[in-house]
Design a protein around this ligand. Structure first.
Ligand code: 8YV
Length: 313
């Protein structure tokens, strides 16, 4: 009997095509009556392939009494109830490493694009304002500016390397000092924000970091500061961010992630000092392929009785 898997997102089915001959896969989004599907096959399900956004709640897992493993397409696992998985002995895997370069590139892209006003420039040309209103207002330069990184993990440290090419002065905040890196540790987040031109959010999502970037941090970053978020929307108090951008207490923001994706607060839409992209940090063909391959390898290894490659637990 082939192991049976629930697959939660179309993207996964594409990148897991290799598994089609070895597993019975149920793409859940294609099913009109999910209750019926779960009633029919719930007991046979041994694996779930999910992603960082959809995750797997305790209620979702508990529809599958014989669930053994969850392979997640993404590094962040804040949407998976890890404690519950652990209590049931369910193995969880994620995709660290393979998306570091892609997500770090997105952080750098947002930093450059907000600094040089790329999205505004594009709107300026398309709306025909250039010949009418003349040159667009000036942007700024990135070189030599102060970058504060919140969370110097794999992605944060790769971003720091990339930013070093622009001679940026780099400091970081996190639970622990990391002496192996040549950057300045700042254990006080408000101080880090006050002494940064750019605050780059790279830390983990989840309850531990919810609203870590609150009104005080945002105001400390100030009217010339730029907030970039490539982590999770939950890390930033979105209402405080919106209010600060509107009142120019914060200069700019570049956001790849939002609290209630794919919903983005309406208030951001009309502001010129915020650049909005739809959670595309890892969304390059190369990165997504590598993530899919890793999900596939983890699932295959688990059901072959081998050690999984990248366990979360
Ligand atoms: C994905 C992510 O976009 O890795 C993560 O944690 O947020 C992203 O790479 C996400 O998993 C949805 O597919």
């Amino acid at each position: 009997m082939k192991p049976e898997l629930i697959v939660v997102h179309p993207q996964l089915l594409g990148t897991m095509a290799d598994l089609a001959g070895e597993f019975t896969m149920y793409p859940i989004w294609e099913v009109d009556d999910r209750k019926k599907l779960i009633g029919d096959v719930g007991k046979n399900i041994r694996g779930i392939a999910t992603n960082g956004s959809k995750g797997a709640s305790a209620e979702f897992m508990d529809q599958f009494p014989n669930l053994e493993m969850i392979g997640s397409f993404g590094v962040g696992y804040d949407a998976i109830d890890i404690a519950h998985a652990k209590s049931r002995g369910i193995v969880v895997t994620n995709t660290p490493g393979v998306l570091v370069e892609g997500v770090a590139e997105m952080g750098l892209t947002l930093m450059l694009a907000t600094t040089r006003r790329i999205a505004e420039g594009d709107r300026y040309v398309r709306s025909g304002r250039w010949p009418v209103d003349g040159d667009m207002p000036l942007g700024r330069s990135l070189g030599g500016k102060r970058l504060g990184i919140v969370g110097l993990g794999d992605i944060g440290s790769r971003l720091a390397e990339m930013a070093s090419v622009f001679q940026m002065q780099i400091s970081y905040y996190g639970p622990n000092e990391k002496p192996a890196y040549p950057y300045t540790y700042e254990p006080d987040l408000i101080k880090l924000a006050a002494n940064s031109d750019y605050l780059m959010i790279c830390c983990k999502g989840g309850e531990e970091t919810r609203d870590l970037i609150n009104a005080d941090v945002i105001e400390a970053l100030g009217p010339d500061g730029t907030l970039i978020n490539i982590s999770r929307g939950t890390v930033v108090d979105e209402d405080a961010l919106l209010a600060a951008l509107k009142s120019a207490k914060l200069g700019f923001a570049g956001l790849d992630v939002f609290d209630k994706e794919p919903q983005v607060p309406e208030g951001f839409m009309t502001l010129d000092n915020v650049l909005l992209v739809p959670h595309i940090g890892s969304a390059s063909t190369e990165t997504r392929q590598a993530m899919g391959d890793l999900v596939t390898k983890n699932i295959r290894a688990y059901f072959a009785g081998e050690a999984v490659l990248t366990p979360v637990l």
